[in-house]
Design a binder for this molecule. Structure first.
Ligand code: DAH
Length: 375
């Protein structure tokens, strides 16, 4: 079709017989369909609409002016019919195109824009579980195998659960160790609230909900106002343990802890308890394990004293004890009828010992070179 044929009359185009008319329109239709095929946005659609259907100088208007109005009388019926048909067809093509643009499913997009299913896919590397998560699972598995279940509690706590109900009244000196993050609350909000300093509050929450026997472990994050260094972080992980029943003895306590430690570090480690103090246990102990680096001899690889246990042969692992009867008072258990034990372990520390990591910060730096070593 001559370019811009619609700007010329039929006479100029040399169309003199009705039989030539339909060819003229099918060429116009092909041009329109071709252009419409490249329209893939609302903006382009609008441009296309003005170009073809615009009242003043749209292709259709010009075709009506130059072809129909000025056609010889014997050609007029054919031209009129073709023009109407062309308009109807164009409008329905445009409606379909607009619908496709709006729904985003552009079926009739040019081939270059379509998805080629034969191309290789995008390979996204699969990550692995963080070492802290892995060690949580290891510890959970050991305790679950001897009848404990896993519970969790909130990281934002009230002072009642974090302190008072654990037999740590206001102004008790141990609060000093836990000098911590209180939340800034809007005026009038009930409070105060703080980021929990240990997982021990979940002991209280669990006993409030359940009657003995209770056997739970509580993995989770805890927060303290510690400056970051190789062994401190303002956020770290603990696993709390609690067992309460009608007849739990100190022997059950030591047996359980020893079982855990041997499962976790291997059967050859030795264990010991030292007297300690926690407000919510009585008696309280610190639990030590024979140094896993020097085998408990206290001598390092070079012959000097072992750097990890400072030559003592022992490594402090965690605090524990028999639940203080005062705690039962806060959860309406009868201290004459029940007894139990509790422990709280620093997870990051356990993971560092077991996997020979000497800086706690690597857990939180998300450096894949570190993470990849524990697939
Ligand atoms: N909550 C203590 C802390 O974070 C750890 C602890 C010690 C937990 C003795 C216990 C326990 O359950 O019996 O320092």
């Amino acid at each position: 079709m001559p370019e811009k044929a619609h700007e010329k009359t039929l006479a100029v185009l040399g169309v003199t017989a009705a039989s030539q008319v339909s060819g003229l329109f099918s060429e116009l239709a092909a041009t329109a369909a071709n252009e419409l095929g490249r329209v893939d946005s609302r903006d382009l659609f609008e441009k296309f609409r003005v170009e073809w259907l615009g009242r003043k100088s749209g292709v259709l208007t010009l075709a009506a002016d130059n072809w129909l109005k000025q056609a010889a009388p014997e050609l007029k019926p054919a031209v009129g019919q073709e023009l109407n048909k062309f308009k109807r067809d164009l409008e329905s093509l445009m409606a379909a195109r607009l619908a496709a643009i709006e729904s985003g499913s552009d079926d009739s997009a040019p081939v270059r824009d379509r998805v080629d299913l034969s191309l290789p896919g995008v390979i996204r590397p699969v990550g692995s579980r963080h070492l802290i998560r892995q060690v949580f699972s290891e510890i959970e598995d050991i305790f679950v195998s001897i009848g404990f279940s896993v519970v969790e509690g909130p990281e934002i706590e009230t002072p009642y659960y974090n302190f008072e109900a654990l037999n740590i009244p206001e102004f008790h000196p141990v609060r000093e160790d836990m000098d911590t993050f209180y939340l800034e609350l809007p005026k009038g909000a009930p409070g105060p609230l703080l980021l929990r300093t240990h997982t021990s509050p979940v002991q209280i929450r669990t006993m409030e909900k359940r009657q003995p026997p209770v056997r739970v472990i509580v993995p989770g994050k805890v927060y303290r106002r510690d400056n970051p260094d190789a062994t401190h972080s303002f956020m770290f992980h603990q696993i709390e343990g609690l067992a309460v029943d009608s007849d739990i003895t100190f022997c059950d306590f030591t047996g359980t802890i020893e079982y855990f430690v041997k499962q976790f570090f291997g059967p050859s480690v030795k264990t010991r308890f030292r007297p300690s103090y926690f407000p919510f246990t009585e008696p309280s102990v610190e639990f030590d394990v024979s140094c896993i680096f020097c085998g408990g001899g206290g001598t390092g690889a070079g012959g000097g004293s072992c750097g990890k246990c400072k030559g003592s042969g022992w490594i402090e692992l965690f605090g524990a004890g028999m639940v203080d009867p005062a705690v039962y008072g806060f959860v309406n258990y009868d201290p004459k009828k029940v007894s139990g034990f509790a422990f709280g372990m620093g997870m990051d520390r356990l993971a560092m010992l077991k996997y020979g990591i000497d800086d706690i910060q690597v857990f939180f730096q998300n450096d894949v070179r570190f993470l990849k070593q524990f697939p």
